[in-house]
Write a protein that binds this ligand. Structure first.
Ligand code: 5AD
Length: 365
């Protein structure tokens, strides 16, 4: 057995590797042993999720952002970005369409928009939860004080996505302006966990300056945090940012890292992200075959989708086209659309039942 196959087998068996072995695993990856890694990742994925790929309806509620991250097209100093903020009515309409298509998780994602902060988001969560008590709400709205997160949790939000982006402080500092720190981002993640959110973290693959050692640091950080969701995707340059001339992250390394994550975190919800679908026309299918088990179709109103310009070339296919295609595309690789909220195993909701009148009633204890 080659040293590489031995590492893969050990990672599969033990669910972890010593750091030096993890570095070597990533460094010495080759096509043949990677196929074996993917097969073992699928074994773990299917043990916990069968052939189901869960869907989340992504609603990009605002592209206004107070931050100036060097990689992101929504950064505040990007004057070429045409800013929008959806109205609550538009957002509820997106939910209605998504619900009719069978979606049972809504992901409200936006820039850090002070004009769409604590109260508007809390009211929105309440409105969605009263109309769709059987749906999960995921927020992805950046860094806020613990008290704000608490308000949103009380309002009914179930999950929160906040990628850590990179767990290496020096690389974090290269990719962000000085006022943003890794320390603060990590504190937000622990706050969210403490408040009972199912949390999602994650990193970009190959932003400028990232080393393979940085990725090992990311894996160690994730092992400490133990998130319920992990979002990773290749860095893709955006033309109106300072990183416009840089190379995109590779499909190959992103898929490799997805499979490693599946073996490290067998039960984690792992999306085949839009960025993966952007660098390769069948990137998301490849992601599923490397261990991913979540896909997030876009539910934002058609006219704003093109304005949510995190990176160039972003796929903006709407739910209508997407869902019919998706069922076929998943069937081709032997998978199917998973119905229901798709909570992390052990996190099924025990609190609210639908009485059919739009009222939420706690279950008898
Ligand atoms: N390339 C890839 N991903 C990006 N994101 C932001 N900008 C880019 C980019 N240029 C990701 C970040 C963020 C998520 C919403 O989008 O990881 O957390």
């Amino acid at each position: 057995m080659s040293a590489q196959i031995e590492r893969i087998e050990r990672l599969y068996r033990e669910g972890t590797l010593p750091q030096e072995e993890m570095s070597l695993l990533i460094e010495q990856r080759d096509a043949a042993s990677t196929e074996h890694l993917f097969a073992l990742a699928r074994t773990r994925q299917q043990e916990h999720f069968g052939k189901a790929v869960y869907l989340r309806g992504l609603i990009e509620f605002s592209n206004v952002c107070r931050n100036d991250c060097l990689y992101c097209g929504l950064r505040r100093s990007n004057r070429a970005c045409s800013r929008y903020r959806l109205t609550p009515e538009q957002i509820l309409e997106s939910c209605r369409v998504g619900y009719a298509h069978g979606l049972r998780t809504f992901v409200l994602q936006g820039g850090e928009d002070a004009g769409f902060g604590e109260e508007p988001i809390a009211r929105l969560i309440e409105a969605i939860k009263s109309r769709y008590p059987d749906c999960a709400i995921t927020l992805s709205a950046g860094e806020w004080p613990r008290a704000v997160y608490a308000r949103w949790r009380d309002a009914g939000a179930d999950r929160y996505l906040l990628r850590h982006e990179t767990a290496d402080p020096a690389l974090y500092a290269r990719l962000h302006p000085a006022e943003l720190t890794l320390e603060h981002r990590v504190r937000c993640l622990w706050d969210l966990k403490g408040l009972g959110f199912q949390v999602g973290a994650g990193m970009m693959i190959q932003p400028p300056g990232q080393t393979l050692q940085n990725l090992v640091t990311d894996l160690c950080f994730l092992q400490e945090l133990q998130p319920q969701m992990i979002g990773i995707g290749p860095f893709i340059p955006q033309k109106d940012t300072p990183l416009r001339g840089e190379r995109a992250g590779s499909l190959e390394l992103t898929l490799f890292m997805l499979a490693v994550l599946r073996l490290l975190f067998p039960k984690v919800l792992l999306p085949a992200t839009t960025a993966l679908g952007t660098i390769d026309p069948i990137g998301r299918e490849k992601g599923v075959l490397a261990g991913a088990n979540v896909i997030m179709p876009n539910l934002s109103p058609e006219d704003v989708r093109a304005k949510y310009t995190l990176y160039d070339g972003k796929n903006v296919t709407g739910i209508e086209a997407f869902k019919t295609q998706l069922a076929d595309r998943l069937a081709k690789i032997g998978y199917e659309i998973g119905m229901g909220r798709g909570d992390a195993p052990g996190y099924a909701p025990k609190f609210m039942q639908d009485d059919g009148k739009g009222q939420r009633t706690p279950p008898e204890s």
